[in-house]
Design a protein around this ligand. Sequence first.
Ligand code: DC
Length: 257
Amino acid sequence: MIVERMVQENDSPIATNLLKSNARRPIIAIDGPAGAGKSTIARHLARYFGLLNLETGAMYRAFAFKALNAGVSLEDVPSLLQLSIRTTIHLEPTEQGNLVFLDGVDVTGQLREPAVTDGASRVSVHPQIRSWMVGLQQELGASGGVVMEGRDIGTVVFPHADVKIFLDAAPEVRGLRRYDQLDQTAAAEVQPEEVVRELRARDERDRNRADSPLKAAADAVLLDSTHLTLDEVVSQAETIVVEKLGLQSTASGMSPS
Ligand code: DC
């Protein structure tokens, strides 16, 4: 299914100009390891430039959730493939993030459990599962106008994306940010070091899998947020997009050149 974004009342001048112009709708790829801040930055860029934000990690999470519930081993590729044939996954971008529909049911609230997080990383090592997901993602972004975030967007899903940003940060910093995002109950049940350890293990798997491992595309702009505040990362990411898209300042805000 192809998704498209219309002009909304509270859009920024730049978003309105971009959406009303005849310029081709851009594709912005945001890749990077877990906890680097991809979702926050992608959501901001989408709002600011009038694009749709698509979180591809949520698709791997939804499939892992289904496999776990069906009692299918995450290493059993033939059974996973059988399961994939009977699975539909759809993302619906909203201001607060993506809603995730699995076989038509909203499962958004169930995809952040540790078992699902770990499972998503496990199912994503299988090339057949990846090629299914990549096809779905290419379809979703086919008409442009998207900020797509994941691990292989700039390298595999959209190698010709208009803008590619690889967002990174030191593992300890990413782990502690993740810990700080936990609600009180979850934070009471886990030590910060454990969160860092889990994140390192997932990084290791995501970076070392044989098929499309997490890595920066040769033409991606690297943005390391280890020593930056959120506002600084947002502002640098905006500048990268403005420069790469060749946007010009006009009286009514930024416009395509
Ligand atoms: O971004 P996330 O934490 O929701 O991603 C969950 C897992 O899905 C991640 O550990 C690796 C996998 N993934 C992937 O392999 N390729 C993507 N484009 C997105 C996520």
